[in-house]
Design a protein. Structure first.
Length: 114
């Protein structure tokens, strides 16, 4: 987030609010940028992340929705300004949920129906 926002010339909070307002979830960004996604997912660091997160491969959308509050709490401890941006921006919680399910789909190759 920091790198993208630095290139945009905005703070991470402002960048996140822009993504939320434009409904640009991780899944949509990935779908619009298949070459960049392929490059990202082929990086050794991402492969390690996928291996570590493999127990999350088969969690349901409902499970992700139920755990959102815990993830917000963790995010609030790690990056409070970003957690606040999500909470304070209209549609932020929905964006976060859609981004989490999109991230699971990206990392584990779940098919997406449009």
């Amino acid at each position: 987030m920091d790198g993208i926002c630095s290139a945009w010339g905005v703070s991470p909070k402002e960048g996140l609010q822009t993504l939320i307002k434009e409904e640009a979830t991780l899944g949509k960004i990935a779908a619009d940028n298949p070459e960049a996604l392929a490059e990202l997912t082929n990086q050794p660091e991402i492969k390690v992340l996928v291996a570590i997160a493999s127990p999350l491969r088969d969690v349901s959308d409902d499970w992700i929705n139920e755990k959102t509050d815990i993830l917000f709490e963790v995010m609030g401890n790690i990056r409070p300004s970003l957690a606040n941006a999500i909470i304070e921006t209209s549609g932020g919680r929905e964006w976060f949920y859609e981004s989490l399910t999109g991230l699971r789909n990206i990392l584990f190759g779940k098919p997406q129906l449009k």
